[in-house]
Ligand binder design. Structure first.
Ligand code: SF4
Length: 333
């Protein structure tokens, strides 16, 4: 994160920083065609729902994902969630009923919500983040957004702007007195937006991340305002995602798994040449000190490393994302 600690921070951002916000991707549908759209080709245009990386086919999928990360709030995103308003209402009600009214919900939309849409969200969504079309930024006071902001505030929503850093962002300055917060996301290179970026002469800032060169400079004229918060691409990866992984790892780790500072888990695995029982006996493992998974014994990696000469078969130390997620590294022993 940049130098924003002293400034107003949207309540939804505070939880996001702690990795405590579940990302509810309600639909990939959207009636806009922003050239910088960050959606993946897998999700863009589809009408499927995801809770973090888990596809939601039933209510239990959403609740299970919220529980596995001990979510304290949810960010509803898309696509444009307002194109699936019934689903938003259903899922937000489910979350509020399961985790209580303090489960903080923010909703992102590219539209200026109507009265009916706002009324449907009262009590279910706490904070609304508007993303007016880039083409309107230079004439924002002539668009429906200022009125939508006033109508949302009158209903008690926290209301703000959330846009990527793009040339011309200063055009949104007249909205600052009307909103509670103004979030600027560092423009990121995406697989679906790469052609649009290239055709505008944009390039990556460096080879380490997805940030687009020049993004910070475009946002610079607004960064002095106390309502403005700049969310860098590196911060999202380094802090938000890591903190969420740690929460999931701590909740799902077995007694013998080691949880790393990156939120991965590390354990030892042996596929014993002489059968499971003799290997467990040779390693001196008691209840809770191992698990049998697909014909292999999984146990604390230090224990396997120390006793590896006493048991035959394929042995390795495994590091992976939590909850049986992607394998990061396998070190043969
Ligand atoms: S409004 Fe958002 S989801 Fe829709 S095209 Fe633009 S960036 Fe993509």
């Amino acid at each position: 994160m940049e130098d924003a600690d002293q400034r107003y921070v949207a309540p939804g951002c505070t939880l996001c920083r702690e990795g405590a916000k579940l990302v509810l991707f309600v639909t990939g549908r959207c009636d806009r065609g922003c050239w910088y759209c960050p959606l993946s080709t897998e999700r863009k245009g589809t009408d499927r729902t995801w809770a973090n990386d888990r596809e939601v086919s039933a209510d239990d999928d959403l609740l299970a994902e919220a529980r596995v990360m001990s979510a304290l709030g949810t960010g509803v995103t898309g696509g444009d969630p307002l194109l699936a308003l019934d689903r938003v209402v259903r899922y937000c009600r489910l979350l509020k009923e399961a985790f209580g009214p303090d489960h903080q919900v923010h909703l992102y939309t590219g539209r200026a919500p109507t009265d009916d849409e706002l009324d449907a969200l009262v009590g279910l969504v706490d904070e609304i983040r508007l993303h007016p079309p880039h083409g309107d930024w230079g004439r924002i006071l002539e668009t429906p957004y200022p009125d939508a902001i006033r109508r949302a505030r009158a209903r008690g929503f926290a209301i703000g702007i959330e846009v990527p850093s793009l040339p011309g962002i200063e055009g949104l300055r007249p909205l600052l007195p009307l909103v509670d917060f103004f979030n600027i996301n560092e423009l990121e290179w995406g697989e679906a937006s790469a052609d649009g970026m290239r055709s505008r002469g944009l390039v990556l800032a460096d080879t380490l991340g997805n940030a687009v060169a020049g993004a910070r400079e475009w946002a610079a004229p607004l960064l002095g305002d106390e309502k403005v918060r700049y969310c860098s691409s590196a911060f999202k990866d380094a802090v938000q995602l890591r903190e969420r992984m740690i929460r999931i790892a701590v909740n799902t780790a077995r007694p013998f798994d080691e949880v790393t500072g990156d939120g991965t888990v590390v354990y030892g695995t042996v596929r014993p040449a002489g059968g499971i029982g003799p290997a467990v006996a040779a390693l001196g493992l008691g209840d809770g000190e191992y698990a049998v998974v697909d014909g292999a014994v999984e146990l604390a990696w230090e224990r396997l490393a120390a006793a590896r000469a006493g048991v035959g078969g394929e042995k390795a130390i495994v590091e992976r994302y939590p909850n049986r997620g992607m394998v990061v590294e396998v070190i043969p022993l």
